[in-house]
Design a protein around this ligand. Structure first.
Ligand code: SF4
Length: 352
């Protein structure tokens, strides 16, 4: 592996697991996760003012999607769009305000902590900042072995000790680094430890929350390629949360675009990148540089007006209307539904 390892070319749609082409709104029988009408509102200031609510931050506002076993769904959007909160609700790190999170046929939102515990190990997370997510007082070996002991994955101490170097090798870390502490490792090495720790739990679903955005571009490609290899080997399913559309393109089978707490477009990767339907997706894609200098010279940028509005008081109708370059009067009144415009390609725009 070289420091300048490139992103691999995305697999063709016919090679992607399940493909998703031609699918409608109904989840397929192979769906491992289904999120139905998920809502997460945070009371502003944590409570009430003079007997009334001070305000509600509508972080996630009615999000629905499913993920098929073995596929990667990219969840993309600008900072504050609700993508990380969606991931945290799936992980049950946040209790949703309403909606369902159905994992392997059970609604996680209805389970008590004791009922959820055996499922916890099956849903793992890889965080954005590997440094803050690793205990600085534990060695690499302890970081990987501890959750295996807590969840009884490998109850025998000696067997656990033997498993650590196997996992380290699998993520491209020399087993001799098992006695090191996180501060002695580079950012890329730390993220590999985060991957090994998740893998140690033998999960079926991993929420990857901006796993490469804190890393150099050359290291990003290595981590993405590693995640792809592990997915193929262990038949893992990923929810890949990111703000960077070019990173998501490399790893996702399907992509959902979020804006102010809602999904505004959801499609197979190829359809979304080559023929986006929502004006917001078009604007985001127009900002992605093209590696070919000739094409890059002809790239037309769609510059959006203003900033993302506050989730505390989202605009009426289509929340994107104050920034939308093609908005009409009706957009201020009608909340567009996420509807299937082409087979498997859904968008929330009255003009799509
Ligand atoms: Fe733009 Fe209107 Fe479509 Fe919203 S509904 S994206 S404002 S055209």
């Amino acid at each position: 592996m070289t420091p300048s390892e490139p992103f691999r070319a995305p697999a063709s749609p016919t090679q992607s697991p399940g493909g998703g082409i031609g699918r409608g709104a109904e989840p397929p029988s192979a769906a491992i996760l289904e999120v139905r009408n998920l809502v997460k509102h945070f009371p502003l200031g944590g409570g009430r003012v003079f007997g009334g609510m001070a305000g509600l931050v509508r972080a996630v506002d009615g999000v629905s999607f499913w993920i098929r076993k073995g596929e990667t769904l990219g969840l993309v959007g600008e900072s504050g769009c609700g993508k990380t909160t969606t991931g945290r609700c799936i992980l049950q790190l946040e209790r949703p305000t309403s909606g369902e999170v159905i994992f392997e046929g059970r609604d996680l939102t209805r389970l008590s902590p004791a009922e959820f515990r055996p499922l916890r190990r099956k849903i793992q997370v890889i965080f954005q900042d590997p440094y803050s997510s690793l205990n600085p007082r534990m060695t690499v070996g302890q970081i990987i072995a501890e959750p295996m002991a807590v969840h009884g994955i490998v109850p025998d101490r000696q067997a656990r000790k033997a498993r650590v170097p196997e996992l380290l090798s699998r993520v491209g870390i020399l087993p001799s680094l098992a006695d090191r502490y996180p501060h002695e490792l580079s950012g890329g090495q730390r993220q590999r430890i985060g991957v090994a720790r998740a893998l140690a739990m033998e999960p079926s679903l991993i929420v990857c929350d901006e796993p490469v955005s804190a890393l150099d571009v050359s290291i990003q490609a290595q981590i993405i390629n590693l995640l792809e290899d592990l997915q193929a080997e262990f038949h893992l399913t990923y929810l890949f949360v990111a703000h960077d559309l070019s990173v998501v393109r490399h790893i996702s089978d399907r992509v959902a675009v979020m804006y102010l707490g809602k999904i505004v477009e959801l499609a197979d990767r190829q359809a979304l990148y080559e023929d986006p339907l929502h004006p917001y997706t078009k604007a985001l894609l127009s900002a992605v540089p093209i590696p070919d200098p000739a094409l890059e010279a002809t790239r037309e940028r769609v510059v959006l007006k203003g900033e993302v509005p506050s989730a505390l008081s989202p605009p009426s109708g289509c929340a994107f209307h104050p920034r939308c370059p093609i908005a009409v009067d009706e957009c201020k009144r009608v909340v567009p539904e996420l509807r299937e415009i082409r087979p498997g390609h859904r968008a929330a725009c009255i003009l799509a």
